[in-house]
Ligand binder design. Structure first.
Ligand SMILES: [Zn+2]
Ligand SMILES: [Zn+2]
Length: 147
């Protein structure tokens, strides 16, 4: 029993370490690929369970974005995510709530009687890589038309 407990701890430790190395908010199966060299016997289901466990303990953040699978983030302090609607990648964006959001707090109370204690912003856009892809496609089409 004790031995099993230890193994669980090591799995979680490795998962946490690997997740801390990346900034790309991997999915459970991406985390699975990342830890497999260190934990060759681990299964995807176990990785998933460990990730859920770590997020329940507040050691990692889980992200349910509008697009794609559930993702995981080792950065637990509040920060804003921007999602590329084209390729589905999720990145961090350093944005401080501006005055509008702060005044929203009192407006929410006035209008609904709710005390606003938190908010979550999910930004949607097209990442630079995808943008340059579409630019290239446009150029190609323009070239073909020109001929
Ligand atoms: Zn993209
Ligand atoms: Zn993040």
């Amino acid at each position: 029993m004790e031995k099993k407990q230890e193994r669980m701890t090591r799995q979680k430790k490795v998962i946490l370490e690997e997740l801390n190395k990346v900034k790309n908010h991997p999915t459970a199966s991406e985390v699975y690929d990342m830890v497999r060299s260190k934990l060759p016997r681990i299964s995807l289901g176990t990785v998933y369970r460990n990730l859920e466990h770590l997020s329940a303990k507040g050691l990692i953040q889980k992200l349910d974005m509008r697009k794609g699978q559930r993702r995981f983030d080792a950065t637990t302090q509040e920060h804003t995510h921007i999602l590329c609607l084209n390729c589905g990648k999720v990145e961090d964006i350093a944005l401080q709530p501006d005055q509008d959001i702060l005044t929203m707090k009192s407006k929410v109370k006035d209008q609904s009687g709710y005390e606003l204690i938190g908010y979550e912003i999910e930004l949607h856009g097209i990442c630079p890589e995808c943008r340059s892809e579409t630019e290239k496609q446009k150029e190609n089409q323009a070239c073909k038309k020109g001929r």
